[in-house]
Design a protein. Sequence first.
Length: 118
Amino acid sequence: QVQLVESGGGLVEPGGSLRLSCATSGSRGSFNGMGWYRQAPGKQREVVAFLTISGTTNYANYADPVKGRFTISRDNAKNMVFLQMNNLKPEDTAVYYCNAHAGIYFYWGKGTLVTVSS
C-alpha cells in the first residue's frame, strides 16, 4: 500500500521560509507525477506545484501565486518530493498535501499545516 507522509510545516512570520518534505513508501515502481496542493480554511484544495516525471528528468510547473517564491524538487533515489517556500505571505496559510500518481492511481498524504502570521 502506497503511503505519503508530509513534514516540515509550522508557524512562520511573513517573509520567512519553510521546507516541506514528502516521504513515500510502498510503491513498487516510479510515479508519473508528484506534487503539492494546499487547502486554506473555507476554500477548495488547489495545486501549488507539481512535477511531471520522465525517467530521471522532472519537469516542474507552478501555480501563478507561488511562481518565483516556491521551488519543487525531488530526490529520485528516495522517491521523495520537497517544496522550498520562500518569502511566505499570510495568504499562503493552508494545509499542504503531497500528491503522487502512477497511471490511473492517485495517492495523498494527510497534510501538514503551514501558518504564516506575525
